[in-house]
Write a protein that binds this ligand. Structure first.
Ligand SMILES: Nc1ncnc2c1ncn2[C@@H]1O[C@H](COP(=O)(O)OP(=O)(O)O)[C@@H](O)[C@H]1O
Ligand SMILES: CC(C)(COP(=O)(O)O)[C@@H](O)C(=O)NCCC(=O)O
Ligand SMILES: [K+]
Length: 259
């Protein structure tokens, strides 16, 4: 069985894939200090609790935080006796092209989202991932990653207001009832929520105009459900898009090795 790990700047998600379906998915905060032993205690406890007897033989990792990969490699070696595929490393082959400026290191999560989007919906896509940052990944008709947009994340924007202005509190994002806020929290939520709706709409419209082809817009990431409530911004919402992409890339590499 496959242990797929998607490590973002805020959260790390672990999923167990039996070849057809995910048996379980667990989240922990991303901390590069966490050791292989700590990961294993956490993971095995959860597996026991859910009565999952998975024989993990394979592992694949996508990490936007390079420093966590070392301990995850140790986890693979010490507890599962396997060598993980790490997206973005030369020995992990992608089933799609990456057409960007020479020397550019594209975030592995964006490459995985591209693969997942193409697998589910075919080409000519915009994948919007509401993570720590909000990323827009542009997928060409042949499935290639051809670039995109990086915007500050929703919570990052709220946190920046709080950090920079003495009178602005820490606020959690929700969809405000009205645009005109009548208290500080409502004003901040309105600025970020409706500002984001505008940002997403404008960027998608400009990408479509620039590429001059009809494109489907897919949303994913921790805060995607919030923006599903907004307006007709997206054609599809896929909860675990990155996880799906990891299984596709794993399968692709296994097939390459067998050939
Ligand atoms: N269900 C949720 N409700 C509210 N906020 C969430 C939820 N899930 C994630 N978040 C927040 O959304 C942001 C992005 O989360 P996530 O997609 O896990 O980021 P990353 O992939 O960059 O680690 C974070 O600030 C996180 O705290
Ligand atoms: C843009 C990101 C920070 C998004 O990461 P996330 O929000 O998922 O933690 C990550 O994809 C990254 O570090 N990218 C490298 C630069 C690039 O993709 O062009
Ligand atoms: K992410």
């Amino acid at each position: 069985m496959l242990l797929a790990i998607d490590c973002g700047n805020t959260n790390t998600v672990f999923s167990i894939w039996d070849g057809e379906k995910f048996l379980a998915t667990w989240r922990t905060s991303t901390e590069h200090q966490r050791t292989a032993d700590q990961y294993y205690v956490w993971l095995s406890t959860l597996m026991e609790f859910r009565k999952i007897e998975a024989d993990i033989t394979d592992m694949i990792i996508s990490s936007t935080v390079p420093r966590v990969v070392f301990n995850l490699r140790v986890l693979a070696d010490r507890y599962f006796g396997t060598r993980p595929y790490v997206v973005g490393k030369p020995d992990c082959v992608l089933p799609v092209d990456v057409r960007v400026d020479a020397g550019t290191q594209v975030g592995p999560d964006r490459l995985v989202n591209t693969v997942a989007g193409y697998d589910l919906y075919g080409g000519d896509l915009i994948v919007v991932d509401f993570g720590t940052a909000t990323t827009f990944d542009v997928v060409a008709s042949d499935g290639a990653y051809v670039g995109g947009v990086i915007a500050p994340g929703v919570n990052l924007s709220l946190e920046a207001l709080h950090l920079a202005a003495a009178a602005l509190p820490h606020v959690d994002i929700t969809k405000p009832q009205k645009v005109v806020g009548t208290n500080t929290v409502a004003c901040m939520q309105s600025g970020v929520f409706w500002g984001y709706v505008g940002l997403v709409r404008e960027i998608c419209a400009r990408i479509k105009a620039e590429r001059d082809v009809p494109m489907r817009v897919i949303s994913t990431g921790g805060l995607a459900p919030l923006f599903q409530q907004a307006e007709d911004l997206f054609d599809e919402w896929v909860d675990e898009l990155t996880m799906h992409g990891l299984t596709v890339i794993h399968e692709h590499n296994k097939r390459q090795e067998a050939a």
